[in-house]
Structures are given as C-alpha cells and as structure tokens.
Design a protein around this ligand. Structure first.
Ligand code: HEC
Ligand code: HEC
Length: 171
C-alpha cells in the first residue's frame, strides 16, 4: 500500500522538480498580491492548490476501491480522524488543513511516506487537532450564548489560520 502511493507520488515529485513553476519564479521576484483583480486567487495560492489537487488524485488512485472505508482502515497511522471515510479524509487534508494554512501537502508530509512523523509541522498539526476539539467542546457546553445553538458553534482550522501558517503574525 505504502509503496504504491510512494511510486505514484515520486513520479509527481520528480516532474515538479523538473524546473521552477511560473508561480515560483514570479513569487521569488515580487511578493504575491493579497488578492488578484476580479476576485480570483493570487497565482501562488492557485498554484499551491493545483499542486495539492494532483497529490490528492495520486492518493485516490493508490487507494482505488477503498474510498468509502474508514480512514483508519485505509491509511497506516490515523489516530484522530479515524471514522471519516478515506475520500472525506483527503478532502479534510486538502481544504481543511492545506488550504487553511496556505501550504502544500509537503509542508507537513514526506509525500513518499504520508505516515511518517518526521516533519515537525505534522506533529504540530496533531497538537492543533486536540486544541481544536477542545475549543469546540467548550463552545458546545456554553450556557449563555445567544448566537447559535450548540450544534452549530463549531469552529475549524480556517477560522484562525485564514490561509496563513501563523495566525499570530500579522502581515
Ligand atoms: C498542517 C499539516 C498537514 C497538511 C498540510 C496535510 N496533512 Fe495529511 N496529515 C496530517 C496529520 C496531522 C495527519 C494524521 C491525521 C490523524 O491521525 O487523524 C495526516 C495524515 C495523512 C494521511 C494518512 C497517512 C497514513 O498512512 O497514516 C494522508 C494519506 C495524508 N495526510 C494526505 C495528505 C495530503 C494529500 C495532503 C495535501 C492535500 C495533506 N495530507 C496535507 C497533517 C497534514
Ligand atoms: C484558535 C485558533 C486556531 C485554530 C482553531 C487552529 N490553529 Fe493552528 N495555530 C494557531 C496559532 C495562533 C498558531 C501559531 C502559534 C504561535 O506560534 O504564535 C498555530 C500554528 C499551527 C501550526 C504550526 C505551524 C509551524 O510550522 O510551526 C500548524 C501546523 C497548525 N497550526 C495547524 C492547525 C490545524 C491543522 C488546525 C485545525 C485542526 C489548526 N491549526 C487550528 C491557531 C489556531
């Protein structure tokens, strides 16, 4: 299983290494605009999302036929998002995690071995998972909110991160 994913992804990684992408070249020359005209995403953000989509596609191909099984059965070391199905798990990875922080999968992962814990940001994300759940548990238990009913108060990674790695560091 791991080797199948690794083989597909190594191909993707190697082709990415063939040369700098236009987005990488332009962001080296000048900072990306906060928002492009017409409400479209800045090139750098669009390029990161496109690259992540290819990685998700590769993983989906490697797990073909198992997309609807619980993530903990399909992948090697899922400890937190165990019960969501594998397809939803990958959507959480790409929209909930990567887009939330504005990063590539490789920020947290060795993409030739997703189960590896070697990268510090993956371990940090595990700590964030615990904090995130604790915040939602506390929000649900609050007695004096007139805003939303308890089952609609949940927050997510994006609420704080808004496309940034560090929500505490304002531009
Ligand atoms: C902010 C860090 C972060 C980013 C970005 C991220 N991941 Fe993850 N990933 C994690 C964490 C943490 C886990 C463990 C989840 C759990 O235990 O519930 C994980 C687990 C996984 C696993 C299961 C590995 C295994 O075999 O145990 C896969 C597959 C995966 N991620 C794919 C991706 C893909 C594809 C992307 C990009 C679209 C991505 N991840 C982006 C943090 C991240
Ligand atoms: C309540 C706000 C909040 C929520 C919700 C939140 N984060 Fe964070 N996160 C932060 C802050 C603040 C920091 C940086 C702390 C600092 O150094 O000042 C951070 C840092 C991180 C880092 C460390 C990056 C690095 O390279 O050191 C990762 C990874 C991360 N968050 C992932 C996540 C993920 C994944 C989720 C959702 C499961 C999440 N965060 C939810 C506030 C939040």
């Amino acid at each position: 299983m791991r080797h199948a994913i690794a083989a597909v992804l190594l191909g993707a990684t190697l082709s990415c290494r063939a040369g700098p992408t236009p987005a990488a070249a332009s962001s080296a020359a000048s900072p990306a605009p906060a928002a492009a005209p017409g409400g479209t995403l800045p090139d750098s953000v669009a390029a990161i999302r496109a690259a992540n989509a290819l990685v998700v596609d590769s993983v989906l191909r490697a797990i073909a036929g198992q997309e609807s099984k619980p993530a903990a059965e399909v992948f090697e070391d899922v400890r937190w998002l165990k019960d969501v199905n594998a397809r939803t798990f990958l959507t959480i990875m790409s929209i909930g995690y990567a887009n939330a922080l504005g990063v590539r999968c490789a920020y947290c992962h060795d993409v030739s071995n997703f189960a590896s814990e070697e990268k510090r940001p993956k371990r940090a994300a595990r700590e964030m998972q615990v904090m995130h759940r604790s915040i939602n548990t506390q929000l649900m238990a609050m007695q004096n909110l007139a805003t939303q009913p308890p089952d609609r108060r949940a927050i997510n990674c994006t609420l704080c991160h808004q496309g940034r790695i560090n929500p505490n560091k304002r531009p």
